[in-house]
Design a binder for this molecule. Structure first.
Ligand SMILES: Nc1ncnc2c1ncn2[C@@H]1O[C@H](COP(=O)(O)OP(=O)(O)OP(=O)(O)O)[C@@H](O)[C@H]1O
Ligand SMILES: [Mg+2]
Length: 293
């Protein structure tokens, strides 16, 4: 008995010696968060629904997740998560508060940096304003495991700077020809500014698997033909009334109704492998600042 207590004590002593001190921890280089961008060509394809659900699922899985609502000026992720942030990216951009202070907590520990509503500087930022904002967001990378950036539709200046910097993009489209065509344009642009970018495509709001597959086949064929490459097919999400209900309840559908068809499909998207490797050699916001020049 005494012998076993002694050996346990010795084991704990060895473990303790191996643990880094507070000072060592402070000095150790911090690992940057993985960063994924969620974008689309056409508006209303389901980016924010997807972004909030991915943030919820990943946070529930134990990751420290930051959702940045970069549909700046027209933000709505806070509505989808049922939080009322005091500050937003506009306050961070103008220096009224630090980025950490602007973070609001959502369900199950999701951290949200809201985009703000109706702010001109956020809708049409200058290079200098974006540079200031990226510099202010830079320290957050060390505090999270995963940063999910929800963009506004299209190829605005801020979105393109993010696309140039990110390793990983989730492109959200619908099966309609207009959404596919605008999605293709965004995909092409993303590759132009960032040839190494990894792009996964989500076909959202489909009536059936057939509809999803046939739309994907058309997208892939056009990309292969005109660009010589195509995104990875992450999967499809059915059009599901439970998504609307979850929005009315201000709760992610994967939380409110996890057995619904849409929630099942979104869980599949959240398991997309590249999300676990979404890092670049240089920190994301350093790359984003360089992309502004
Ligand atoms: N799988 C789905 N099934 C049913 N409805 C959906 C689905 N996905 C999204 N929607 C509906 O589409 C609407 C738009 O979704 P969302 O706000 O996520 O799009 P968005 O791409 O972020 O739009 P924006 O371009 O304006 O930012 C939602 O309000 C919801 O009602
Ligand atoms: Mg949106």
């Amino acid at each position: 008995m005494i012998q076993s207590i002694r050996s346990e004590l010795e084991r704990l002593r060895v473990l303790r010696r191996r643990l880094p001190s507070d000072e060592e921890l402070e000095k150790a280089p911090k690992v940057s968060a993985r960063v994924i961008c969620i974008a689309s060509g056409k508006g209303g394809t389901g980016k924010s629904v997807l972004a909030t659900n991915l943030a919820y699922l990943r946070a529930r899985g134990g990751e420290r997740v930051l959702l940045v609502d970069f549909d700046a000026g027209m933000a709505n992720a806070h509505l989808l998560l049922g939080v009322a942030p005091r500050y937003d990216l506009g306050h961070v951009m103008s220096g009224e508060c630090r980025a950490e202070e602007a973070i609001a907590e959502g369900p199950d520990g999701i951290c949200l940096l809201s985009g703000g509503v109706g702010r001109h500087a956020l809708v049409n930022p200058t290079r200098r304003q974006l540079d200031r904002l990226f510099r202010a967001l830079d320290p957050l990378e060390a505090d999270f495991d995963l940063v999910i950036i929800d963009h506004g539709a299209g190829m605005g200046y801020a979105t393109v700077a993010h696309l140039a910097a990110t390793s990983t993009l989730l492109l959200v489209t619908n099966p309609e020809v207009t959404a596919l065509s605008d999605g293709y344009a965004l995909y092409k642009r993303a590759h132009m500014v960032n040839p190494d970018i990894r792009v996964g495509l989500v076909m959202n709001r489909c009536a059936s698997e057939n509809e999803a597959t046939s739309a994907w086949d058309r997208f892939r064929a056009a990309s292969q033909r005109f660009l010589g490459h195509a995104p990875q097919y992450v999967g499809w999400v059915p059009a599901d009334a439970s998504v609307r209900r979850s929005i009315a309840r201000r709760e992610p559908v994967t939380r409110m109704d996890p057995s619904s068809p849409a929630a099942h499909a979104i869980e599949g998207v959240a398991r997309w492998g590249p999300i676990d490797h979404a890092r670049t050699h240089r920190p994301f916001y350093t790359r984003a600042r360089s992309a502004l020049r």
